[in-house]
Design a protein around this ligand. Structure first.
Ligand SMILES: Nc1ncnc2c1ncn2[C@@H]1O[C@H](COP(=O)(O)OP(=O)(O)OP(=O)(O)O)[C@@H](O)[C@H]1O
Ligand SMILES: [Mg+2]
Length: 362
């Protein structure tokens, strides 16, 4: 692919010398002395690299930079600065410019920065391609699991059930038990596959399409309700406190309930019989904060960095019951899709508190 350059600088002489320096390099180059015209050129010629003079009459270099970024954030921009304006170059870089070129510059300095700019652009494009590829792989993997594993397994489960009924009178107790165990194993496998598919199918951009105003109280009560049976079995009381909010929260109710359920299931699973689990919803400036606190076994410090990763089950997790290590991974994906964060505070032997921060809207 050809590397294209656009240079926007109000000094004609700068444009000329840049063009001259790159003559023979074969890079297509477009130039203009005017910021507004420059934006047009960027739109039309789709350059890989844009040089922008920060100090121009009319539309400012900063505004040009900002508009280019809005057009295509992957275009690499470099600012050209006068002698005494290094400070504004730094400002420009804070806003996303890749580098700066102080005036006056030598041909070698210019060539070098052009090379670096193209190299940066190559890396940016490569990263985009990789992200895309990862997305494709994820979809393919989900399709394979679904068609090649889940469907046949569901068919086996079906036949097994039929067989069990047909043989009802002919099997002895031991044989019946063995058939039942088979069925339980298949149920477990299917549940695991369902969870895997769930992890892979939390598509952040798709989820966003279903966002609407949610009631935090509803999310909390639905989640608590669905975990209640498990909690009762361990004689664990779940208490809730939901502060009234002054602002609205948008999101996807279903997946937020799922997130809270995952946290609550953990809290119950990793707590002692007869203890308490507390769910809280409160408001902080610009945020809705949801927390689930237990007084259970806690999480060792060395495991904390990993618990949100796919398939990570801690030592305690493996000890308790069957664990796929996906509950928190799903929770984190969902929270991230909502533009929020999920964190944990835990002390072995004393308990854990998981906290979700969601951006709230006025
Ligand atoms: N409230 C908690 N108290 C103590 N340990 C916890 C708690 N929540 C999570 N953990 C630890 O973090 C690990 C990962 O949790 P996660 O929910 O992702 O998976 P899991 O509970 O093992 O399996 P599942 O996929 O069934 O949820 C657990 O295995 C456990 O070690
Ligand atoms: Mg879990």
């Amino acid at each position: 692919m050809e590397n294209r350059i656009c240079i926007i600088d109000d000094e004609e002489v700068v444009l000329d010398s840049c063009t001259l320096i790159l003559e023979g390099s074969g890079y297509p180059i477009v130039t203009t002395t005017d910021g507004t015209r420059g934006l047009q050129l960027v739109q039309e010629s789709q350059p890989d690299l844009v040089f922008v003079d920060l100090k121009m009459p009319g539309i400012s270099g900063f505004e040009v930079l900002e508009r280019i970024r809005a057009m295509d954030p992957n275009i690499v921009t470099i600012v050209i600065t006068g002698f005494a304006t290094v400070g504004s170059a730094v400002d420009a870089m804070k806003q996303g410019a890749y580098d700066f070129l102080p005036k006056p510059f030598t041909p070698d300095e210019f060539r070098l920065i052009v090379q670096r700019g193209f190299e940066k652009r190559r890396l940016v494009l490569e990263a985009i391609a990789l992200r895309h590829e990862k997305e494709l792989l994820r979809e393919q993997f989900a399709a394979i699991i679904s068609h090649e594993v889940r469907s046949p397994l569901a068919a086996v489960q079906q036949s097994l059930m039929a067989l069990q009924m047909e043989l009802e009178d002919r099997l002895d107790e031991d044989q019946k038990k063995r058939l039942q165990r088979l069925q339980v194993r298949i149920d477990d496998l299917l549940r695991l596959i369902h969870t895997w598919l769930r992890v892979m199918s939390v598509d952040e951009s798709k989820l966003r399409e279903t966002f609407r105003r949610i009631s935090v109280a509803t999310v909390v009560s639905k989640a608590v309700e669905s975990v209640q049976p498990q909690a009762m079995r361990k004689d664990i009381e779940i208490t809730t406190s939901v502060e009234p909010l002054s602002c609205a929260v948008t999101g996807d109710e279903g997946t937020l309930v799922e997130t809270l359920v995952n946290l609550l299931v953990n809290a119950v699973k990793y707590s002692h019989t007869g203890s308490q689990v507390q769910v809280r919803a409160k408001e902080q400036p610009d945020n809705l904060v949801l927390s689930v606190a237990d007084t259970g076994i806690g999480i060792p410090k060395e495991e904390l960095p990993y618990i949100f990763e796919d398939f990570y089950a801690g030592k305690t997790g493996q000890m308790v019951e069957k664990s796929s290590g996906l509950g928190l991974a799903i929770a984190r994906r969902i929270v991230q899709a909502h533009g929020g964060t999920i964190t944990v505070d835990s002390e072995p032997g004393r308990g854990s508190t998981f906290t979700i921060c969601l951006p709230a809207l006025e």
